[in-house]
Design a protein around this ligand. Structure first.
Ligand code: OOG
Ligand code: MG
Length: 258
C-alpha cells in the first residue's frame, strides 16, 4: 500500500486540534518505516507553518535509558515544539488535552547554529546561551497513549505544551548531569530523576539531536529552544491537580490543571 503522507499528517494534526484520539497509523499502514514517519511529521510542521505558527525549536524524546528499554529501541526520537504550545499563565486547561502526562526536562537556548554528525558535548555547551528547567506536557493523539516508535514519530512525538522555568543559567556554571529533579502532584512526590538520566548528560541529547537532524539535511539553529527529553517517567495529570516541579541549581515551576 502506498503511503499518503499528507493525508496521515492531516489526520494527526486534526486529532490534535479536536482533542480526539485516533487509531495508531501502523494499524492501517503496517509497512510504514521510521523514515516515512519523519516525512509525515515534516508534513505536520508544514501544516502548522501554513497556519502561521512558528517553530520554537526541536525536541528530543525517549532519551532516558529506562524509557528506551521500555520501548525496545536504542535511538531516541525528535519532533518540534511550536509557539502556541508555550504556556506561562500558571494554569493549563484540561480541556486542551486528550490524556495529558507531565515530564521534567531541561531546555537549551542556542546561541549558535550547530550542524553535523560528530558534535561533542563541549561543542554543544559552547553553542548554548542558557539552560533552563522545563516541564513538558505530552499528549499522544493515539488511543490509550499506546503506539510504536513509528507512530509516535509521525505524531510529532506527542508534543503538546511546554512550560519553561524563569531562571536561566549559563550551561558551564553547573554540571547538568548532577541536576536533581522532582515532580510533585498535590503535595506528593510522584517522580524523581537526574540530568544524567538524559543520555548520560542532557548536552549529549543535543549532540544526538544534531546527528538525527543531519541525516535529514537539517540542523540546530541559533535561537532554537530545545527540550532535551524527560529525566523522569511521564506522569498522568487530571483536572484539579497542582503540579510542582523543581530542579536543583535551576528553579521551580508550578501550575494548576483547571
Ligand atoms: C513520546 C514523547 C517522549 C520525552 O521527553 O521522552 C518525550 C511519548 O512518550 O509520548 O517527550
Ligand atoms: Mg518530553
Amino acid at each position: 500500500m502506498s503511503v499518503n503522507y499528507k493525508a496521515i499528517a492531516k489526520l494527526l494534526e486534526s486529532a490534535e486540534i479536536k482533542k480526539s484520539e485516533v487509531t495508531k497509523i501502523t494499524m492501517d499502514y503496517p509497512e510504514i518505516s521510521i523514515e516515512d514517519a519523519y516525512i509525515i511529521q515534516e508534513e505536520i510542521v508544514q501544516i502548522k507553518l501554513a497556519k502561521g505558527h512558528k517553530v520554537v525549536g526541536p525536541k528530543m524524546g525517549l532519551t532516558s535509558k529506562t524509557k528506551m528499554r521500555q520501548m525496545g529501541v536504542e535511538e531516541p526520537i525528535c519532533g518540534y515544539v511550536f509557539d502556541y504550545m508555550i504556556e506561562d499563565s500558571g494554569t493549563v486547561n484540561f480541556s486542551d488535552f486528550i490524556h495529558p502526562k507531565v515530564e521534567l526536562e531541561i531546555a537549551f537556548l542556542m546561541g549558535k547554529d550547530l550542524s553535523g554528525s560528530n558534535i561533542t558535548v563541549s561543542e554543544v555547551l559552547d553553542a548554548t546561551d542558557y539552560v533552563m528547567m522545563a516541564v513538558e506536557i505530552i499528549d499522544s493523539r493515539y488511543k490509550n497513549f499506546q503506539f510504536t516508535l513509528r507512530d509516535v514519530v509521525a505524531d510529532n512525538t506527542s508534543a503538546s505544551c511546554i512550560i519553561v522555568g524563569n531562571t536561566v543559567r549559563k550551561p558551564k556554571d553547573l554540571d547538568l548531569r548532577m541536576v536533581a529533579g522532582s515532580l510533585t502532584i498535590n503535595g506528593e512526590i510522584v517522580a524523581t530523576g537526574m540530568g544524567a538520566n538524559i543520555l548520560g548528560n542532557p548536552a549529549e541529547s543535543i549532540a544526538a539531536l544534531s546527528r538525527m537532524l543531519y541525516k535529514r539535511n537539517k540542523f540546530i539553529k541559533r535561537g532554537d529552544l530545545i527540550m532535551a527529553g524527560a529525566m523522569t517517567e511521564a506522569i498522568p495529570i487530571k483536572m484539579g491537580d497542582i503540579v510542582f516541579a523543581e530542579c536543583s541549581g535551576l528553579s521551580a515551576i508550578t501550575f494548576k490543571v483547571d
